[in-house]
Write a protein that binds this ligand. Structure first.
Ligand SMILES: [Mn+2]
Length: 321
Protein backbone atom coordinates (compact mmCIF):
# COMPACT_ATOMS: atom_id res chain seq x y z
CA UNK A 1 0.00 0.00 0.00
CA UNK A 2 1.68 3.17 -1.18
CA UNK A 3 0.35 6.62 -0.44
CA UNK A 4 -0.93 8.62 -3.37
CA UNK A 5 1.02 11.72 -4.33
CA UNK A 6 -2.13 13.83 -3.93
CA UNK A 7 -2.69 12.66 -0.33
CA UNK A 8 0.92 13.39 0.55
CA UNK A 9 0.67 16.87 -0.94
CA UNK A 10 -2.33 17.56 1.31
CA UNK A 11 0.16 17.77 4.18
CA UNK A 12 1.71 20.97 2.88
CA UNK A 13 -0.84 23.41 4.43
CA UNK A 14 -0.33 21.71 7.80
CA UNK A 15 3.43 22.25 7.58
CA UNK A 16 3.11 25.90 6.62
CA UNK A 17 0.91 26.98 9.54
CA UNK A 18 2.12 29.66 11.95
CA UNK A 19 1.49 27.32 14.92
CA UNK A 20 1.96 23.60 14.30
CA UNK A 21 1.90 21.08 17.12
CA UNK A 22 3.99 18.00 16.32
CA UNK A 23 3.60 14.98 18.55
CA UNK A 24 3.84 11.17 18.73
CA UNK A 25 2.96 8.35 21.09
CA UNK A 26 3.72 8.25 24.82
CA UNK A 27 6.84 6.36 25.97
CA UNK A 28 8.45 7.43 22.70
CA UNK A 29 10.83 5.15 20.85
CA UNK A 30 13.43 6.30 18.28
CA UNK A 31 10.84 6.12 15.46
CA UNK A 32 8.52 8.47 17.39
CA UNK A 33 11.32 10.88 18.34
CA UNK A 34 12.99 10.76 14.92
CA UNK A 35 9.67 11.36 13.13
CA UNK A 36 8.82 14.35 15.35
CA UNK A 37 12.26 15.88 14.75
CA UNK A 38 12.16 15.29 10.98
CA UNK A 39 8.68 16.87 10.86
CA UNK A 40 10.01 19.83 12.81
CA UNK A 41 12.55 20.45 10.04
CA UNK A 42 9.85 19.97 7.40
CA UNK A 43 7.76 22.69 9.06
CA UNK A 44 10.77 25.02 9.25
CA UNK A 45 11.60 24.40 5.59
CA UNK A 46 8.05 25.27 4.50
CA UNK A 47 8.03 28.41 6.66
CA UNK A 48 5.75 27.29 9.49
CA UNK A 49 6.44 27.45 13.22
CA UNK A 50 6.73 24.06 14.94
CA UNK A 51 6.16 23.13 18.58
CA UNK A 52 7.26 19.58 19.41
CA UNK A 53 5.59 18.09 22.47
CA UNK A 54 5.32 14.60 23.94
CA UNK A 55 3.67 13.16 27.03
CA UNK A 56 6.96 11.69 28.24
CA UNK A 57 10.57 12.73 28.48
CA UNK A 58 12.84 11.84 25.54
CA UNK A 59 14.58 8.52 26.41
CA UNK A 60 18.27 8.91 27.23
CA UNK A 61 19.42 6.97 24.18
CA UNK A 62 17.42 9.31 21.88
CA UNK A 63 18.83 12.52 23.35
CA UNK A 64 21.67 12.43 20.83
CA UNK A 65 19.30 12.64 17.85
CA UNK A 66 19.68 16.00 16.09
CA UNK A 67 17.21 18.52 17.53
CA UNK A 68 16.15 16.34 20.50
CA UNK A 69 16.45 19.21 23.03
CA UNK A 70 13.65 21.01 21.10
CA UNK A 71 11.07 18.47 22.30
CA UNK A 72 8.92 19.67 25.20
CA UNK A 73 7.15 17.52 27.77
CA UNK A 74 3.38 18.17 28.11
CA UNK A 75 3.46 18.67 31.86
CA UNK A 76 5.89 21.59 31.46
CA UNK A 77 3.71 23.36 28.87
CA UNK A 78 0.90 24.65 31.09
CA UNK A 79 -0.52 27.95 29.83
CA UNK A 80 0.32 27.30 26.19
CA UNK A 81 -2.83 28.00 24.09
CA UNK A 82 -4.29 25.02 22.20
CA UNK A 83 -3.19 24.36 18.62
CA UNK A 84 -5.47 24.42 15.55
CA UNK A 85 -3.00 22.42 13.44
CA UNK A 86 -1.64 19.15 14.76
CA UNK A 87 0.58 16.49 13.20
CA UNK A 88 0.68 13.14 14.99
CA UNK A 89 3.38 10.64 14.03
CA UNK A 90 3.72 6.92 14.74
CA UNK A 91 0.55 6.62 16.90
CA UNK A 92 -1.98 3.91 16.05
CA UNK A 93 -4.67 5.77 17.94
CA UNK A 94 -5.24 9.26 19.22
CA UNK A 95 -5.26 8.24 22.90
CA UNK A 96 -1.60 7.35 22.64
CA UNK A 97 -0.57 11.01 22.60
CA UNK A 98 -1.68 11.12 26.26
CA UNK A 99 -1.52 14.51 27.98
CA UNK A 100 -0.66 16.29 24.74
CA UNK A 101 -4.38 15.98 23.92
CA UNK A 102 -5.09 18.95 26.22
CA UNK A 103 -3.13 21.16 23.78
CA UNK A 104 -5.24 20.10 20.78
CA UNK A 105 -8.01 22.67 20.03
CA UNK A 106 -11.54 21.17 19.85
CA UNK A 107 -11.85 21.62 16.08
CA UNK A 108 -8.16 21.29 15.25
CA UNK A 109 -7.16 19.77 11.90
CA UNK A 110 -5.12 16.68 12.58
CA UNK A 111 -2.72 14.88 10.23
CA UNK A 112 -2.09 11.26 11.19
CA UNK A 113 1.20 9.88 9.80
CA UNK A 114 1.79 6.25 10.66
CA UNK A 115 2.59 2.66 9.71
CA UNK A 116 0.69 0.58 12.33
CA UNK A 117 -1.85 -1.93 10.90
CA UNK A 118 -4.06 -1.22 13.90
CA UNK A 119 -4.26 2.53 13.11
CA UNK A 120 -7.80 3.81 13.78
CA UNK A 121 -7.60 6.36 10.94
CA UNK A 122 -8.28 9.35 13.18
CA UNK A 123 -7.77 12.88 11.91
CA UNK A 124 -8.70 14.84 8.77
CA UNK A 125 -5.61 13.73 6.85
CA UNK A 126 -4.52 10.09 7.15
CA UNK A 127 -1.08 9.25 5.77
CA UNK A 128 -0.96 5.58 6.69
CA UNK A 129 1.28 3.05 4.96
CA UNK A 130 1.09 -0.32 6.69
CA UNK A 131 3.77 -1.75 4.39
CA UNK A 132 6.30 0.76 5.68
CA UNK A 133 8.63 -0.63 8.33
CA UNK A 134 8.67 2.65 10.25
CA UNK A 135 7.04 6.06 10.30
CA UNK A 136 10.49 7.23 9.22
CA UNK A 137 9.95 5.37 5.96
CA UNK A 138 6.54 7.04 5.41
CA UNK A 139 8.11 10.43 6.13
CA UNK A 140 10.92 9.80 3.66
CA UNK A 141 8.32 9.35 0.89
CA UNK A 142 6.55 12.53 2.03
CA UNK A 143 9.79 14.56 2.02
CA UNK A 144 10.53 13.41 -1.54
CA UNK A 145 6.99 14.04 -2.81
CA UNK A 146 6.87 17.53 -1.29
CA UNK A 147 10.34 18.38 -2.56
CA UNK A 148 11.67 18.95 0.98
CA UNK A 149 15.40 18.70 1.63
CA UNK A 150 16.73 15.57 3.29
CA UNK A 151 19.42 17.30 5.32
CA UNK A 152 21.92 15.18 7.25
CA UNK A 153 19.90 15.74 10.44
CA UNK A 154 16.62 14.72 8.77
CA UNK A 155 18.43 11.66 7.40
CA UNK A 156 19.74 10.68 10.85
CA UNK A 157 16.31 11.10 12.46
CA UNK A 158 14.52 9.05 9.80
CA UNK A 159 17.17 6.34 9.81
CA UNK A 160 17.01 6.08 13.62
CA UNK A 161 13.33 5.08 13.34
CA UNK A 162 13.90 2.66 10.48
CA UNK A 163 16.91 1.08 12.18
CA UNK A 164 15.10 0.42 15.46
CA UNK A 165 11.64 -0.51 14.09
CA UNK A 166 13.26 -3.17 11.89
CA UNK A 167 15.38 -4.46 14.80
CA UNK A 168 18.45 -3.36 12.85
CA UNK A 169 17.12 -4.66 9.52
CA UNK A 170 16.36 -8.14 10.88
CA UNK A 171 12.56 -8.18 11.26
CA UNK A 172 10.27 -9.37 8.45
CA UNK A 173 9.06 -5.80 7.90
CA UNK A 174 12.45 -5.00 6.28
CA UNK A 175 11.48 -4.75 2.60
CA UNK A 176 13.65 -3.93 -0.41
CA UNK A 177 12.10 -0.44 -0.23
CA UNK A 178 13.21 -0.13 3.40
CA UNK A 179 16.78 -0.94 2.42
CA UNK A 180 16.70 1.43 -0.56
CA UNK A 181 15.42 4.25 1.64
CA UNK A 182 18.06 3.46 4.27
CA UNK A 183 20.73 3.64 1.57
CA UNK A 184 19.41 7.04 0.42
CA UNK A 185 19.50 8.28 4.01
CA UNK A 186 23.10 7.14 4.45
CA UNK A 187 23.92 8.91 1.21
CA UNK A 188 22.22 12.05 2.57
CA UNK A 189 24.59 12.04 5.53
CA UNK A 190 23.20 9.71 8.21
CA UNK A 191 25.86 7.53 9.84
CA UNK A 192 24.65 3.98 10.38
CA UNK A 193 27.68 3.22 12.56
CA UNK A 194 27.15 6.26 14.78
CA UNK A 195 23.40 5.65 15.15
CA UNK A 196 23.94 1.99 16.01
CA UNK A 197 26.56 2.92 18.63
CA UNK A 198 24.32 5.60 20.16
CA UNK A 199 21.09 3.61 20.14
CA UNK A 200 22.40 0.14 21.02
CA UNK A 201 25.84 0.30 22.58
CA UNK A 202 25.51 3.07 25.14
CA UNK A 203 23.40 1.19 27.69
CA UNK A 204 23.35 2.66 31.22
CA UNK A 205 25.01 0.16 33.61
CA UNK A 206 21.86 0.16 35.75
CA UNK A 207 19.99 -1.28 32.78
CA UNK A 208 22.18 -4.37 32.74
CA UNK A 209 21.55 -4.99 36.44
CA UNK A 210 17.80 -4.62 35.83
CA UNK A 211 18.07 -6.92 32.82
CA UNK A 212 19.66 -9.64 34.93
CA UNK A 213 16.76 -9.35 37.44
CA UNK A 214 14.16 -9.51 34.68
CA UNK A 215 15.86 -12.54 33.10
CA UNK A 216 15.61 -14.38 36.39
CA UNK A 217 11.79 -14.17 36.10
CA UNK A 218 11.85 -16.10 32.80
CA UNK A 219 9.18 -18.82 32.50
CA UNK A 220 8.10 -21.12 29.68
CA UNK A 221 4.65 -22.40 28.67
CA UNK A 222 3.09 -24.50 25.88
CA UNK A 223 6.06 -26.85 25.60
CA UNK A 224 8.53 -24.01 25.49
CA UNK A 225 6.75 -22.12 22.69
CA UNK A 226 5.82 -19.19 24.96
CA UNK A 227 8.32 -17.28 27.10
CA UNK A 228 7.27 -14.71 29.71
CA UNK A 229 9.19 -12.19 31.82
CA UNK A 230 8.21 -9.67 34.46
CA UNK A 231 9.45 -6.09 34.88
CA UNK A 232 8.48 -4.73 38.33
CA UNK A 233 7.65 -1.02 38.58
CA UNK A 234 10.85 0.01 40.34
CA UNK A 235 13.10 -1.37 37.59
CA UNK A 236 14.25 1.33 35.24
CA UNK A 237 14.78 -0.21 31.83
CA UNK A 238 15.72 2.17 29.06
CA UNK A 239 15.14 -0.24 26.18
CA UNK A 240 12.46 -2.87 26.91
CA UNK A 241 12.67 -4.05 23.28
CA UNK A 242 16.07 -5.47 24.04
CA UNK A 243 14.61 -7.58 26.88
CA UNK A 244 11.76 -8.99 24.87
CA UNK A 245 14.13 -9.73 22.00
CA UNK A 246 16.07 -11.94 24.40
CA UNK A 247 12.85 -13.80 25.31
CA UNK A 248 12.10 -14.25 21.64
CA UNK A 249 15.66 -15.33 20.75
CA UNK A 250 15.32 -18.59 22.68
CA UNK A 251 15.30 -21.75 20.58
CA UNK A 252 11.76 -23.15 20.33
CA UNK A 253 10.01 -19.97 21.46
CA UNK A 254 7.34 -18.71 19.06
CA UNK A 255 5.86 -15.94 21.22
CA UNK A 256 7.70 -13.85 23.81
CA UNK A 257 5.75 -11.81 26.37
CA UNK A 258 7.01 -9.06 28.65
CA UNK A 259 4.77 -7.87 31.50
CA UNK A 260 5.68 -4.45 32.93
CA UNK A 261 4.07 -2.77 35.94
CA UNK A 262 2.96 0.80 35.16
CA UNK A 263 2.54 3.71 37.59
CA UNK A 264 -1.26 3.66 37.28
CA UNK A 265 -1.63 0.02 38.44
CA UNK A 266 -2.02 -1.27 34.91
CA UNK A 267 0.22 -3.87 33.36
CA UNK A 268 1.79 -3.19 30.00
CA UNK A 269 2.00 -6.36 27.93
CA UNK A 270 4.47 -6.51 25.02
CA UNK A 271 4.22 -9.37 22.54
CA UNK A 272 6.70 -10.57 19.91
CA UNK A 273 6.33 -13.57 17.64
CA UNK A 274 8.67 -15.39 15.31
CA UNK A 275 6.70 -16.66 12.34
CA UNK A 276 3.28 -18.19 13.04
CA UNK A 277 1.29 -16.02 15.42
CA UNK A 278 -0.19 -12.64 14.48
CA UNK A 279 0.30 -10.86 17.80
CA UNK A 280 -1.46 -7.73 16.55
CA UNK A 281 -4.73 -9.74 16.44
CA UNK A 282 -4.15 -10.97 19.98
CA UNK A 283 -3.34 -7.48 21.29
CA UNK A 284 -6.47 -6.10 19.61
CA UNK A 285 -8.61 -8.62 21.50
CA UNK A 286 -7.36 -6.98 24.70
CA UNK A 287 -7.86 -3.44 23.39
CA UNK A 288 -4.30 -2.90 22.12
CA UNK A 289 -2.63 -3.13 18.73
CA UNK A 290 0.59 -3.08 16.79
CA UNK A 291 2.13 -5.14 14.04
CA UNK A 292 1.95 -8.82 13.03
CA UNK A 293 5.20 -9.69 14.84
CA UNK A 294 5.29 -6.95 17.50
CA UNK A 295 2.28 -5.68 19.42
CA UNK A 296 1.05 -4.79 22.89
CA UNK A 297 -1.80 -3.79 25.19
CA UNK A 298 -2.45 -2.57 28.74
CA UNK A 299 -4.69 -4.08 31.39
CA UNK A 300 -5.54 -3.58 35.05
CA UNK A 301 -4.41 -6.35 37.39
CA UNK A 302 -1.21 -7.85 38.68
CA UNK A 303 1.44 -9.26 36.35
CA UNK A 304 0.34 -12.75 37.44
CA UNK A 305 -3.41 -12.26 36.83
CA UNK A 306 -2.77 -10.69 33.43
CA UNK A 307 -0.43 -13.57 32.58
CA UNK A 308 -3.19 -16.05 33.55
CA UNK A 309 -5.69 -14.32 31.24
CA UNK A 310 -3.31 -14.14 28.30
CA UNK A 311 -1.76 -17.61 28.36
CA UNK A 312 -4.91 -19.58 27.30
CA UNK A 313 -5.44 -17.17 24.38
CA UNK A 314 -1.85 -17.62 23.23
CA UNK A 315 -1.96 -21.41 23.66
CA UNK A 316 -5.14 -21.57 21.59
CA UNK A 317 -3.60 -19.44 18.87
CA UNK A 318 -0.56 -21.73 18.80
CA UNK A 319 -2.74 -24.84 18.50
CA UNK A 320 -4.80 -23.47 15.63
CA UNK A 321 -1.69 -22.86 13.51
MN1 LIG B 1 7.13 3.07 14.45
Amino acid sequence: MTLSAATMRDLRPYLGDSRVLITAHMRPDPDAIGSVLALREAVLQVGGTPTCMLEDECPVRCKVLPGAPEIKVAKDCGGLPPFETVIVADSGNRDRIGEVESFVAPHARIANIDHHVSNTRYGQLVLLDCDAAASGEVLYEIFIELGLRITSSVAANLLAGILTDTGRFRHSNTSPTTLRIAAELVEAGASLTQLTEQLYFSIPAQDLFSTSQVLSSLEFFADGQISTMFVPRDYAVEDPDNLIDLGRAIDGVEVAVLFSEMKDNRIRVSLRSKSRINVSEIAERFGGGGHERAAGFRMYGTMQTVQQRLLPVLSEALQSR
